[in-house]
Design a protein around this ligand. Structure first.
Ligand SMILES: Cc1cc2nc3c(=O)[nH]c(=O)nc-3n(C[C@H](O)[C@H](O)[C@H](O)COP(=O)(O)OP(=O)(O)OC[C@H]3O[C@@H](n4cnc5c(N)ncnc54)[C@H](O)[C@@H]3O)c2cc1C
Length: 346
């Protein structure tokens, strides 16, 4: 397919990064064949003379995005206006059966259960997800997990941005051919944009995309260093869990500190202001907490997602129940989806 060859500076540098519309997904860095870009403080920075191949502009999900074209490619049709949280086949509330998974997971551990099922059964030869940095507590590090222990280590939510897309480079290097990809809505969009751009080297191995529901994510420097360590005087190393359930809940040995969301708003990443997708509408399976306690709310969107989810359930990795009409999580899903849809488009 013919496309414009335009430099990084003239395309993404000007219209996405300088315009503060960059979501920091790292796709441009992943695809640059000449390694001209590096990831620094959440954005791409040019470190070598651009060779004007134009691939970064073609791959960036914040550049020339057509929601309807992508929906047609993924679901064979566009979303109807009444489908407030996107196209789906089935809604389920699920949790991991394994207590060891429940202990480390953010909500019901359904995401981790799907990954462990896939790896154990040989459906996946790896999972792209977020791990934890060895040097910086609570700092998310994109990872290619190939063992159950790595998947368990990455369970739980880091509310600062983890450009999981970058770990696809390692998967390509290791010649993985059957991957699960876990990411926030913007990262699922990035995967879909790579697919639309025909960059099969990166997308052919992805067999399942699991999208996390996401209202926003925060800068590490602002939230963890500035606010939690600086203002609250909490050492991030002592935090065993962070969660958002109406308030930001920070768990340490001394108990749970509840922080009003308005207090942490200043540390939200700028790019999140351009995201209209709360529930990862383009994923095969979406997963969120939605105020549930110890369970994950699951939206199964594609046939692939349905098959793998059902196999994991049959194999005893997941237990499920159906959300009823009065389920508060349903109202929250509708409310958060409609709130995010009001953001300016990318
Ligand atoms: C930044 C962020 C904001 C979120 N906001 C909301 C929200 O507003 N409402 C809501 O209902 N749910 C939100 N979620 C989703 C929620 O926190 C859980 O991830 C989801 O409910 C799945 O729970 P689980 O127990 O099944 O996941 P687990 O089994 O614990 O697995 C979680 C998976 O997420 C990956 N992960 C962890 N941190 C990140 C990260 N920063 N970026 C990408 N991948 C990551 C892990 O590697 C792991 O594979 C958010 C998630 C993130 C990352």
């Amino acid at each position: 397919m013919a496309f414009n060859k335009i430099s990084f500076e003239e395309s993404l540098g000007k219209n996405v990064v300088a315009a503060e519309r960059c979501i920091g997904c790292g796709t441009c860095i992943l695809v640059c064949p000449y390694n001209c870009l590096e990831y620094r403080e959440g954005i791409p920075v040019i470190v070598k003379e651009c060779k004007v191949c134009g691939i970064c502009a073609r791959a960036c999900p914040q550049n020339e995005w057509s929601q309807s074209e992508v929906e047609k490619a993924v679901f064979n049709r566009e979303k109807q206006p009444s489908e407030e949280f996107g196209v789906y086949r089935k809604l389920v509330i699920a949790r991991a059966k394994d207590e060891a998974v429940q202990k480390v997971a953010q909500d019901g551990g359904a995401v981790t259960a799907l990954l462990t099922f896939g790896l154990k059964s040989g459906i996946f030869d790896g999972a792209i997800a977020s791990g934890k940095s060895r040097d910086k507590p609570l700092y998310p590090a994109p990872m290619l997990a190939t063992s159950l222990s790595e998947i368990l280590e990455g369970a739980g939510t880091r509310y600062t941005y983890s450009p999981n897309i970058l770990a696809l480079a390692e998967a390509v290097k290791q010649k993985k051919h059957s991957l699960a990809f876990v990411g926030t809505p913007c990262q699922i969009r990035a995967v879909r944009k790579l697919q639309m751009a025909g960059l099969k080297r990166y997308t052919a191995p992805i067999k399942l995309s699991i999208g996390l529901m996401c209202s926003e994510s925060f800068t590490y420097e602002g939230l963890i260093e500035g606010y939690i360590r600086g203002k609250l005087g909490i050492n991030p190393e002592e935090i065993s869990k962070m969660n958002i359930k109406g308030k930001m809940l920070v768990t340490t040995k001394s108990g749970v500190k509840a922080i009003p969301l308005a207090e942490v708003k200043p540390y939200v990443r700028k790019g999140c202001g351009y995201c209209q997708d709360f529930s990862s509408e383009l994923a095969d399976i979406s997963a969120g907490g939605l105020g549930l306690d110890g369970w994950t709310f699951i939206i199964i969107r594609t046939e692939t997602g349905e098959k793998i989810f059902e196999s994991a359930e049959k194999a005893g990795f997941l237990e499920t129940r159906s959300p009823d009409e009065k389920e508060p999580a349903m109202n929250l899903l509708l409310k958060l989806s409609s709130k995010k849809r009001k953001a300016p488009a990318a």
